[in-house]
Design a protein around this ligand. Structure first.
Ligand code: AMP
Ligand code: MG
Length: 270
């Protein structure tokens, strides 16, 4: 039985985040027990990514969402270390620019979808359009309510066009966020990450959790499943995400393209 199934959300679920323990570490007692597995997965990922790149027929999109300090950046650093940077496309989504606002909300997202052969990572995503946009009432309720279905349709279309999608919600506790924000204040090398605006968002914690519960429950599909990743322990977060990516790529099983027919007859002259 695959461990990942425990964290994958079934389509049309009613999610209550209080039922999910952000400090869960699955079968492991501590980090040391997971170290070897995660390094073995990294080696697998490096080979699988090369095959995906060589095959150039399909792509894999990884969507990362979570509250401030939940570890989206750290996950990207960890998962991507060692892979060929030419085969990876990382995109962060901040507040939309005037040009982006002049288009539909999926316009900027669609452009960032990884091209064939690539592994794409979204640091935040179109889900912000049913999260921050909902919490701050940036559009009327009728508009954001319609988006869950639109997002499912969009992701299904991407899937049918050769993009496999995996979505991860990095689930931390409110206490853990406090610690991490405090750390950004105390550690001079982390001061640059401290954003005073994060404190205002923290006050809206419950509203965000509710918005996440809806997004996770309504938009987990067989085409593009959501995973609730316990993220209080960084090492377990990294382990689980790495495991899920490797398992998914193994299922995709990308192949090196067949060599041109007459390759055996090629002679390289001195
Ligand atoms: P960071 O991930 O720390 O760089 O912050 C990016 C900020 O952009 C977050 O506060 C997001 O909520 C915000 N953001 C991302 N997408 C949108 C959106 N569609 N509308 C408004 N704010 C957004
Ligand atoms: Mg931030």
């Amino acid at each position: 039985m695959s461990l990942i199934k425990d964290y994958r959300i079934k389509p049309d679920s009613q999610i209550n985040l209080k039922d999910y323990n952000p400090s869960d570490t699955g079968p492991f007692k501590d980090k040391n027990e997971a170290v070897e597995d995660v390094e073995a997965d990294r080696q697998k990922l490096i080979v699988l990514q090369e095959r995906l790149y060589a095959e150039k027929r399909r792509s894999l999109l990884i969507v990362l969402q979570g509250m401030d300090t939940s570890g989206k950046d750290g996950t990207i650093t960890h998962v991507m270390s060692g892979v060929n940077p030419q085969g990876v496309q990382v995109t962060g989504f901040g507040p939309p620019s005037p040009e982006e606002l002049a288009h539909d909300y999926l316009w900027r997202v669609h452009q960032a979808v990884p091209s064939r052969g690539h592994l794409g990572i979204f640091n935040r995503s179109h889900y912000e359009d049913v999260l921050v946009v909902r919490v701050h009432q940036l559009v009327p309720e009728k508009v954001w309510r319609a988006r869950y279905q639109q997002i499912n349709d969009f992701e299904r279309q991407l899937n049918e066009s050769g993009t496999t999608i995996l979505k991860f919600f990095l689930h931390i506790s409110k206490d853990e966020q406090k610690k991490r924000l405090q750390d950004r204040l105390d550690d001079a090398t982390k001061n640059w990450k401290f954003n005073i605006g994060d404190l205002a968002e923290r006050k809206l914690w419950d509203d965000y959790q509710q918005a996440y519960e809806d997004a996770l429950g309504k938009c987990s599909t067989d085409d593009a499943p959501w995973h609730i990743v316990p993220a209080n322990r960084k090492w377990y977060r990294n382990y689980l995400i790495m495991r899920t990516i490797v398992e998914t790529l193994e299922k995709m099983n990308p192949q090196y393209p067949p060599p041109p027919p007459d390759l055996g007859k090629v002679v390289i002259e001195d």
